[in-house]
Design a protein around this ligand. Sequence first.
Ligand SMILES: C[S@@+](CC[C@H](N)C(=O)[O-])C[C@H]1O[C@@H](n2cnc3c(N)ncnc32)[C@H](O)[C@@H]1O
Length: 240
Amino acid sequence: MDYEEEYSKYQVHFLGEEPEFLDTVDIDLSNRKVVDLGCGGGINSYYIKRKYPHTYLVPIDISFIRCLECKSNTVNLPVQADILDVPLKSGSVDVVVCTMVIEHLAEDRGLLREILRVLKNGGLALVSSVVRSKGAWYFRKNKAGMTVLDSTHVREYKSIDEFKKLFGNFRIKQVVVREISFSPLRFLYRVVYKLRLAKTADAKFFLTNRWLSKIAKFKLNVPNYRAVEIFCEKRESLTT
Ligand SMILES: C[S@@+](CC[C@H](N)C(=O)[O-])C[C@H]1O[C@@H](n2cnc3c(N)ncnc32)[C@H](O)[C@@H]1O
C-alpha cells in the first residue's frame, strides 16, 4: 500500500469535542456492527465507543501512522487498508461512518460502491465532505496546484447537489450542512510540532487542562466553505 505519510505525521487529529453527527445519527449503535472508514486519529471511533460501549466497531485507515494514532487514542484496534477495497464481507455491516474522507480519494463513486457492498440491506451510512462555494479560498494547495482546505484533498464539491448525486443507490434520510471552522490554538500547536519544538504529538493535549480546552473551542469560520453530512440507508432491494 503506497500512501503519502508526511501529512499524517504533522496534521494531528485532536480529541476534544464529540462529533456533531452523533446527534444526526440518532440511533442506538449498541450491538451493531459499525465501521469507521478513513478513521484518521480515531476521533469518531473514540466518541462512538464512549457513547455506545457495546458497539462492534472496526476503524479502517490506509495510513500506518493514523492507525497507530487511532490505536493509542481509542481502545479499538484499527485495520490498515484502502477503503476502495474494504476487507470485509459483503452485507456484513450495520452502519458505516465515513467523515471527511471522500474528498481524499481518487474515486468517489468507488467509495459509495464499497459502502453499498459491505452494508446489510437497510444498513445505514453517514458520509460527509466539504462543499466550496464561489469565492472560497484557503491557504493550502494540493498536488494539482488547486487552493484547497487540506493539501491532500483531490476534489472539493461545488454544491450540495453535486455531492448528493453520488447517493443515487441510497435513500437519503437527512442532509445536514454545517459551518467549517478552525481553532487558532490547535493550528498553533501543529505549527510548533512541525517546527519540531514539540517532540511528540499529543491528540489529548487539549483535554488535559480545563482552560486549554476552553480556549481551543474558540473557532473562526472559513468563509464560503461548508461541511455537508448525508445520512442515508441502503435500499432493501439492492444487491451488489
Ligand atoms: C481528514 S482525515 C478524516 C479522519 C476522520 N474520518 C475524521 O473525520 O476525523 C482523512 C483520513 O482518510 C484517510 N484516507 C485517505 N485515503 C484513504 C484510503 N484510500 N483508504 C483509507 N483511508 C484513507 C487518511 O489517512 C486520513 O486519516
